[in-house]
Write a protein that binds this ligand. Structure first.
Ligand code: ADP
Ligand code: ZN
Ligand code: ZN
Length: 805
């Protein structure tokens, strides 16, 4: 059994005879561990007694497995590869409603109403208690029912939507609700349904309405009550007649759950020659390679290549998963794919509430849903006949989960998962990760290139402006050159995107008299001034502080504002370009998915002229009227102390540049920098990914970084600085006994305290010897356990991050 806990092992339970027929791998079962109850997932069934006392399982919760063997394999692989436990992977993989434990809090679902006549006796008791108390712990449910086996009751109540599980609380009040009509599942069976229709007596209008419903349901996945009544010309009373007969049900649901789109496929474009060749090459490559990297410049039509490929797999009856780095940022791609695939493509991400997630989960499991678009967590869906995974923008760092465990990279895990199905993987990017490009040029993956933009438009021309010359003091925000280019673009009816990787107003303040810089009291980080709140914010722990009037160090009142964030740029633009509409896109301005979508739509519809933003403006967006892009502070991108700094900077700049001049005419990019001779800037200017890669790979080899080694970053955390430093010294010494030269550090990271915890890091660069990776990781794990076994270091937290980025 796998339990949803960070426990290192799996557990064995005895199967009472009554459950023998029912229990299968992939089913959930209720078990007890240390006086608490959990719904765990059965991993495997063994015939022999293990030679120690086993407790019996208490209940089997599912008739059918909720996950396939491939999921169980994926979890196990992830746990080993990313140095975490299968329980942690399971906890990340399953929607909350599948995870029950004594600690689970159940909430009364306000939408359920108070008519509980359809419930069984035990369900009824719990529902009544929920109605009164609004929330119950599972342990309280146990007391109410006074029986031991409450999980099956809870499961029914969840299925009947009387209760919700706590985790989904935030989602409850947001979405707008509409009435949907569904067929009583009893009639999903063809035979039952035709019997009902053949035996029909009287009420011909109701019969007509039912037939209209069946017709509509075929075209659209979900049937809206209003639409059904309109299309059938029936009345609400006739519908009520059918619901009274318990043939149709009416359900209140949020609008944006599963999209009510017709299930059409419409491919309304033709490839150009380059795309055709690329597409043929991809398909050919899948004959002998499982993974293909599509390296296509921005605007070359990679998405179109994906679309036709998806269509092929879809027609062959295979399932397709389309992964995107961050779903919240992708209303545009959703619209594009829905245009082609309608209701055949479902969208899955963590922002959806749990009922929706479970519904989709089951539809993917049965194979009803063939195409899914999702962010990294969609990888955990139980595909039945997976044929293809597309990893769009495969270089993107947000494929890597940072926190909590499992700290997996969805791109890499996708390759493993696909292999379990003999499925193919298409990685796509204009700026591939160094790792993927290395694999593609070393014959591990196939490589297919698209070198030109669709429509033959040239990639944007890039001006690098030296802002040092213009600078008197402090950084120049908008250089005269950029301003002029903006005026030209805007006066010509075009749009402009400005990119700055810092949000807020001023990244930091400094006392002009004594040099004091306000810092967070919980983190070793300088505070950012935000105008909208008029407060100083810590971007690491979220603390906010009132603006300082006098300097706490010298008492003077002489603050200098240093550097500039998106807020300040926005303010300046409003002053400089009063005729034009300016909008800002960063996590402060777009809280929630809707705000972000709205902003993108406004920009798309040309109701905004200038968009200034952080990383968010970079991601794969396709606007046709943007002719100019400004990168305001390239130095900032090139100054991180990280082995991936050049790669990240190149990718970011090339990607933002890629937003300029995608249609109609060549675009222009202005990059502001002081270190204008920086080789990465020169290569961005020439759009020369290959040379960038060739330079970079030499460095990686010389310093034994990925793809030549596999990095594991250990981060130690403790509230006491000495303790964490000593622990890090000790752990590094232990590791050196076995892994000698592979150990770098320990060292304090640049930001060495976050949320009152001091940090220390040890970097391990493991050689890529076939078959050794698991052994090395076991060695590392053992040493961590040894360290934490010592009394003084017991409370030191050690986090292992494999393939850190
Ligand atoms: P990429 O994903 O490589 O950046 P896109 O797929 O977004 O490129 O294509 C850029 C633009 O060109 C999009 O607006 C797309 O609709 C258009 N486009 C690309 N290929 C075709 C095609 N074969 N027919 C029509 N439009 C195309
Ligand atoms: Zn001072
Ligand atoms: Zn802080």
């Amino acid at each position: 059994m796998i339990l949803p806990l960070a426990l290192p092992q799996t557990y064995t339970y005895a199967i009472p005879t009554e459950f023998l027929a029912k229990v299968k791998p992939g089913c959930r079962a209720e078990v007890e561990l240390k006086n608490k109850k959990y719904a765990g997932v059965v991993k495997s069934i063994i015939d022999k007694e293990p030679g120690y006392q086993t407790k019996p399982l208490l209940n089997v919760l599912d008739d059918e497995a909720i996950v396939y063997p491939q999921q169980l394999q994926l979890w196990q692989w992830m746990a080993q590869y990313y140095m975490c436990t299968e329980g942690e992977v399971m906890a990340a993989a399953l929607p909350a409603h599948f995870k029950l434990s004594s600690e689970t809090i159940l909430l009364y679902n306000e939408e359920a109403g108070d008519d509980f006549s359809h419930l069984g006796d035990e369900e009824f008791l719990v529902a009544e208690a929920l109605l009164i108390k609004k929330e119950l712990r599972l342990s309280e449910v146990q007391q109410i029912l006074d029986i031991n086996h409450v999980y099956p009751v809870i499961k029914k109540l969840i299925e009947k939507k009387v209760c919700l599980v706590w985790e989904s609380l935030d989602e409850r009040y947001k979405a707008k609700k509409e009435n949907y009509v569904i067929l009583n599942p009893a009639f999903n069976n063809e035979e039952e349904l035709s019997k009902k229709l053949n035996d029909w007596k009287g009420a011909p209008k109701q019969m007509e309405l039912l037939l209209a419903y069946l017709h509509l349901e075929k075209q659209e996945a979900d049937v809206l009550q209003t639409e059904l009544l309109k299309k059938s010309g029936a009345t609400a009373a006739q519908l009520k007649g059918l619901t009274d007969k318990n043939i149709l049900w009416v359900e209140k649901r949020s609008m944006d759950r599963i999209k009510t789109l017709p299930r059409n496929v419409e491919i309304d474009f033709e490839f150009n020659e380059a795309q055709q060749q690329a597409s043929d090459a991809v398909i050919k490559s899948f004959e002998d390679k499982a993974v293909c990297l599509l390296h296509g410049v921005t605007g070359s039509g990679k998405t179109q290549v994906y679309v036709k490929l998806m269509e092929q797999y879809f027609k062959a009856g295979r399932q397709v998963l389309y992964l995107l780095p961050e779903i919240a940022l992708t209303a545009q791609i959703i619209r594009r794919l829905q245009k082609h695939f309608g209701g055949n493509i479902a969208i899955y991400h963590s922002k959806f509430n749990d009922n929706e997630r479970i519904e989709l989960w089951n539809k993917v499991r049965t194979g009803e849903i063939k195409m899914v678009l999702g962010a990294r967590s969609a990888l955990f869906l139980p595909f039945k006949e997976l044929g293809l995974i597309i990893v769009d923008e495969e270089h993107d760092a947000s494929y890597k989960q940072q926190d909590p465990s499992p700290r997996y990279n969805a791109r890499d895990a996708a390759i493993y998962y696909a292999h379990l199905f003999n499925a193919q993987v298409l990685l796509g990017s204009a700026t591939p990760s160094v790792e993927s490009y290395y694999n593609a040029t070393n014959d591990k993956y196939a490589l297919v290139e698209l070198k030109e933009r669709f429509g033959g438009i040239n990639l944007p021309a890039i001006d690098i402006v030296n802002v040092r010359q213009v600078a008197q003091k402090g950084k120049v925000m908008i250089s005269p050159q950029l301003k002029e280019a903006m005026e030209q673009a805007l006066d010509g009816g075009k749009q402009v995107i400005l990119f700055q990787n810092r949000r807020g107003y001023n990244p930091y303040l400094i006392c002009g008299t004594c040099g004091f810089i306000p810092q967070c009291t919980h983190c070793s980080v300088s505070l950012t001034l935000h105008k909208y709140s008029n407060k100083l914010h810590c971007h690491y722990c979220g603390s906010q502080y009132p603006k300082l009037v006098t300097c706490p160090a010298c008492g003077s009142n002489n603050w200098q504002e240093k550097n500039f964030g998106t807020e300040k740029i926005e303010e300046q633009l409003e002053e400089d370009f009063p005729k034009y509409k300016v909008a800002r896109m960063d996590v402060d301005s777009v809280r929630g998915k809707k705000a972000h979508d709205n902003l993108i739509q406004l920009f798309e519809q040309h109701r905004l002229d200038i968009l200034v933003g952080t990383q968010m403006v970079v991601k794969g967006l396709d606007f046709d009227k943007v002719s100019l892009v400004g990168i305001l502070d390239a130095d900032g991108l090139l100054s991180f102390a990280d082995f991936r700094v050049n790669e990240r900077a190149f990718q970011l700049m090339e990607q933002v540049s890629g937003r300029a001049g995608r249609k109609n005419a060549q675009g222009k990019v202005v990059i502001q920098a002081t270190n204008v001779k920086h080789p990465v800037l020169q290569l961005v200017q020439q759009h020369d990914y290959k040379t960038f890669y060739e330079n970079e790979i030499i460095n990686r080899k010389e310093f034994f970084y990925p793809p030549f080694s596999r990095v594991v970053l250990l981060t130690l955390k403790h509230k006491d600085k000495n303790t964490v430093d000593n622990a890090a010294d000790k752990l590094a010494a232990l590791l050196r006994q076995d892994l000698k030269d592979y150990i770098v550090g320990p060292a304090a990271p640049v930001i060495n305290r976050i949320r009152d915890q001091y940090l220390a890091e040890i970097l391990i660069k493991l050689p890529k010897e076939p078959g050794m990776s698991m052994t090395y990781k076991r060695v590392i794990r053992n040493h961590i356990n040894l360290l934490q076994g010592e009394k003084m270091y017991k409370s030191v937290q050690v986090i292992a991050d494999v393939d850190t980025n």
